[in-house]
Design a protein around this ligand. Structure first.
Ligand SMILES: Cc1cc2nc3c(=O)[nH]c(=O)nc-3n(C[C@H](O)[C@H](O)[C@H](O)COP(=O)(O)OP(=O)(O)OC[C@H]3O[C@@H](n4cnc5c(N)ncnc54)[C@H](O)[C@@H]3O)c2cc1C
Ligand code: SF4
Length: 439
């Protein structure tokens, strides 16, 4: 697997949520009411028993606390850092209704899981060999969660990963002030420590090995290919230097160095969460003028409110109801000519403005990858793989999860869906080897 260089641009960032000390964790854990029927558990896609892990911290059983987390979510370390807890577990803490600050569940989860990593605690071992083999396509959170769970059942697992590093967008995409690539890589290693997971990086299924070949070589297949590269808007000038897809730019900044010298004016096109991350990252990299150009308005933006509030505080400036018409410059981008829109998002004739720009990031969404499975008869809707409630595709022995099937949610959803599909694969393989008389 790729070794990360030390001097990555992302190392400029500190964690925006600081780790707890032992005392801080104990104090926060003791604030928890340990609700019966706790709403936070229901709000967590991996259903971690949150009151239980917090009670274990309060009673000094940190090892047991981390076990409670990992039993439900093997990516509990990264989720503690990257989950949008404001709209998940923390958002549903009963304290919110009492006007009391909610329990910092993510920070407590980080305390437990970081301690487990630091202490080298291992909790899981592979089950006895079942003789079955499963191909996992994609080494992101969904694929990793599926692979780990499959090994616990004793199935042989091979991960095929197109890139040279595992972890998917958890390694290459999440904002460095939440988690840096080396933490994700450490998590990958921790997951692989269960043993028996064969990893084939730089291997794209559909190119280096055919999709149909997987049927011949494996007893079941899990597809966790995520979503594809940044979309573009076919705006004139998109090929100028300095106009780059947002996810592409983030990956370059996280895995290596992106030369930010001389960048005074940056423009981010889009108003989703990737655009929000870019705004915060550019401000954090000390770009003096950071502007968002978004075709919607503040009330209808798709990015989380808390992310936009944070971007605003750092100095990002919006141009609502606006569209780029042309990126201008000779060889390298120098400015963006924009069109103002009315509240129905229709162009207002003659209402144009120009923004200075040395860097333009296109955060207007990513392509979907599901269509490549259509020739296999797999049902696909708008590029998204259609799965049933068990993560099953409409092809015998094939399952899917994560962004490829949920249309792009969060790491914690991918972890939940990878695990669910692994359980379904186990049931499928067990049924396949159970003689009718044994049932
Ligand atoms: C910029 C950005 C920031 C984000 N920030 C957050 C955040 O703060 N918190 C959060 O919870 N979520 C965040 N997300 C979303 C989160 O990263 C994803 O939901 C999650 O990574 C999905 O996991 P996955 O395994 O389904 O897909 P991915 O992480 O995309 O992994 C899929 C893997 O499959 C590989 N692959 C694709 N095609 C093939 C093929 N044919 N053969 C072999 N391998 C293949 C890819 O190379 C990739 O490694 C962010 C996403 C982006 C884009
Ligand atoms: S995994 Fe995420 S949503 Fe679930 S409890 Fe932990 S921080 Fe909250």
């Amino acid at each position: 697997m790729l070794k990360l260089p030390e001097d990555r641009t992302e190392t400029h960032f500190d964690d925006y949520k600081k780790a707890y000390t032992d005392n801080q964790a104990a104090v926060e854990a003791n604030r928890c009411l340990y609700c019966v029927d706790a709403p936070c558990i229901k709000a967590c896609p991996t259903s971690i028993n949150i009151p239980e892990f917090i009670r274990k911290i309060a009673t000094g059983n940190v090892k047991g606390s981390a076990k409670t987390i990992f039993e439900s979510n093997i990516l509990g370390m990264s989720c503690a850092r990257v989950c949008p807890v404001e709209v998940l577990c923390v958002g549903d803490c009963v304290y919110n209704e009492m006007g009391v600050p909610p329990i910092e569940i993510g920070k407590l989860q980080r305390y437990s899981t970081d301690t487990a990593y630091e202490e080298g605690w291992e909790y899981f071992e592979a089950g006895p060999d079942t003789g079955h083999s499963v191909a996992v396509v994609g080494g992101g959170p969904a694929g990793l969660a599926a692979a780990h769970e499959l090994r616990r059942y004793g199935h042989a697992v091979t991960i095929f990963e197109a890139g040279d590093i595992l972890g998917g967008l958890n390694t290459t995409g999440v904002a460095p002030y939440k988690m840096k690539a080396d933490a994700s890589v450490a998590e990958v290693q921790w997951i692989l420590n269960i043993g028996g997971i064969d990893v084939k990086t730089n291997t794209t299924v559909g190119k280096d090995i055919g999709w149909e070949e997987l049927d011949q070589k494996f007893d079941a297949v899990f597809v966790g290919i995520g979503i594809g590269p940044d979309k573009t808007l076919d705006t004139p000038g998109e090929d100028l230097d300095g106009v780059i897809g947002a996810v592409d730019w983030i990956a370059q900044m996280k895995l290596g160095t992106y030369d930010m010298s001389g960048i005074e004016h940056a423009v981010v096109v889009g108003g989703g969460n990737t655009a929000m991350d870019c705004l915060r990252e550019l401000c954090g990299l000390d770009v003096p003028h950071v502007t968002m150009v978004y075709r919607g308005d503040e009330d209808r933006m798709s990015g989380y409110d808390h992310e936009w509030d944070a971007a605003k505080k750092l100095g990002a400036r919006p141009e609502w109801l606006s569209l780029p018409l042309e990126y201008q410059g000779s060889g390298k981008v120098e400015s963006v000519r924009c069109q103002r829109l009315d509240s129905d998002r229709k162009p207002i004739a003659g209402d144009e403005f120009t923004l200075q720009a040395d860097l333009v990031l296109l955060g207007v969404g990513q392509t979907k990858l599901g269509e490549q499975l259509e020739p296999l008869g797999v049902e696909v809707e708008w590029g998204r793989l259609l799965v049933d409630h068990h993560g099953g595709l409409n092809r015998k022995g094939w399952f899917a999860g994560g962004d490829a099937s949920n249309g792009a949610k969060e790491v914690v959803n991918a972890a939940a869906e990878g695990k669910l599909a692994a359980r379904s694969i186990h049931n499928y393989l067990s049924a396949a080897t159970t003689a009718p008389g044994d049932l």
